[in-house]
Ligand binder design. Structure first.
Ligand code: PHE
Length: 443
């Protein structure tokens, strides 16, 4: 077993920023905007907010309670409270971490490449035609490796010296960048068409099962839930932190940044009349339309675009760190590995696993669906049952340092009944069948 006491965050603020760093990432900017574009703009935003509040927030508090209560990484946390028969769920979490990180750094690599090329020579007006070249093949693989190397570098630095310090510097910067970009976007002629699309719901799309699934999946993905990332981060916390308050701050910041990112993306796309490209939305949407917009805006566009990709890279990095940390902390706790070799070896293994996603954006899209629709939603389903029914003292753990208010009972009832029932419904009627269709579509 690894020696020494468990690592710790040095401050509450450090933990909160690291957790927000995990939550805020490609999900808020890349995934949120393409799903919103695909699912009728504001209609999607409304469902996403509702899903975050009613379904995802209770699961976030559950993960925080399980992590802090156990002081362990996922497998050991689950077996501590639930016995060995819960070990497979821990293995599912680790598999999710592997799989998500394997394509997450591919997309982050696209952002890295756009940012660097923009600094060197500006944006390519033919970005749309050239997207395939950038997004797949050796090029994509090279940037995927580079991004993973940064991620490994920070994680091997440790919880407080690597992850916490990075988040303390990068998260305020990210926030300032996104707000600044939204203010700039508001000055563009024609921005109002973008706001209208983004903020006026198309109610005909509001209650389709497919939109409901996408909104719920997005709420979970964006809050890094259902695969043990928040659990792992909370396992480095002491008992002096108010978990419900932390959960609300994390969720609030995550939603706010996703929302503000929409205020950047949609006005720009509409101001430059690129909305037709959005209609044909795919995983590449953000990487096709925005560079085109930046190229058309000339030298100002170049500066704005560089800042935009800087924000994307920063967000992606702090999220990738948390994904790798799930896997690394499990290797430390369960296999007795040391942090440095664990980070390096697992980073290499995950990079290799990402090769197919670097090779083809179609494969990447399907892996994203498997991870989200099945692993994360399924993981969230199992977690709500675990903390709702199996974990003894879950309410006591969640309310350490807070007053005994009635809503802890409501929280547990949500975890026991509403959340699993809803997730089960979404999984069976849409998420699982649509993922299998997507897999079949590859062949
Ligand atoms: N929440 C991150 C994002 O929105 C992605 C992520 C998912 C990170 C799961 C960790 C775990 O980009």
């Amino acid at each position: 077993m690894a020696g020494g006491p468990r690592e710790r965050w040095t401050s509450k603020r450090g933990f909160i920023l690291a957790a927000i760093g995990s939550a805020v990432g490609l999900g808020n900017m890349w995934r949120f905007s393409y799903l919103a574009a695909e699912n009728g703009g504001a209609a999607f935003v409304v469902l996403y907010l509702a899903a975050t509040l009613v379904i995802a927030l209770p699961v976030l508090l559950a993960e925080l309670a399980l992590g802090r209560g156990s002081q362990k990484s996922p497998i050991q946390a689950l077996t501590l409270y639930g016995g060995r028969r819960w070990k497979p769920l821990g293995l599912v979490f680790i598999t999710s971490g592997f799989l998500i990180l394997s394509y997450y750094t591919v997309i982050a690599g696209w952002a890295l490449r756009y940012g660097l090329v923009a600094i060197a020579s500006g944006f390519d007006p033919n970005a749309a035609e050239r997207f395939g070249e950038v997004a797949s093949g050796w090029d994509a693989f090279g940037y995927h490796i580079a991004f993973m190397a940064f991620t490994v570098f920070i994680v091997v630095g440790g919880v407080s010296r690597g992850i916490e310090r990075t988040s303390l510097v990068l998260m305020p910067m990210l926030f300032a960048l996104v707000v600044g970009l939204a203010l700039y976007a508001a000055t563009l002629d024609g921005a109002s068409a973008g706001y209208a699309y983004y903020l006026k719901p198309d109610f005909s799309k509001l209650l389709s099962l497919n939109v409901l699934k996408d909104a719920t999946g997005q709420a979970f993905f964006s809050l890094s839930l259902g695969m043990g990332a928040m659990l792992t981060f909370a396992s480095y916390l002491g008992r002096d932190v108010n978990l419900p308050r932390a959960a609300m701050i994390i969720a609030g910041a995550d939603v706010a940044i996703a929302f503000i990112a929409g205020l950047v993306v949609f006005p720009m796309i509409f101001a430059l009349d690129l909305s037709a490209d959005v209609g044909a939305s795919t995983v590449g949407a953000l990487f096709i339309t925005l560079p085109k917009a930046f190229a058309e805006m000339g030298s100002v566009g170049r500066g704005v675009g560089i800042l935009f990709f800087a924000a994307l890279i920063v967000g992606a990095l702090t999220s990738a760190i948390s994904l790798l940390e799930v896997v690394v902390s499990s290797a430390i706790d369960s296999l007795g590995w040391r942090r440095r070799p664990a980070g390096i070896l697992l980073g290499i293994a995950i990079t290799a696993l990402g090769a197919p996603s670097a090779w083809s954006t179609d494969i990447l899209g399907v892996v994203d669906q498997i991870a989200n629709n099945i692993l994360i939603l399924g993981g969230g389903f199992a977690l709500s049952i675990f903390v709702g029914w199996v974990m003894a003292g879950s309410i006591e753990e969640a309310r350490v340092g807070t007053a005994d208010v009635a809503w802890f009972g409501t929280w547990r009832n949500l975890l026991r009944y509403a959340v699993p029932a809803f997730l089960f419904f979404v999984l069976v009627y849409d998420a699982i069948p649509s993922t299998f269709r997507a897999i079949a579509g590859l062949f």
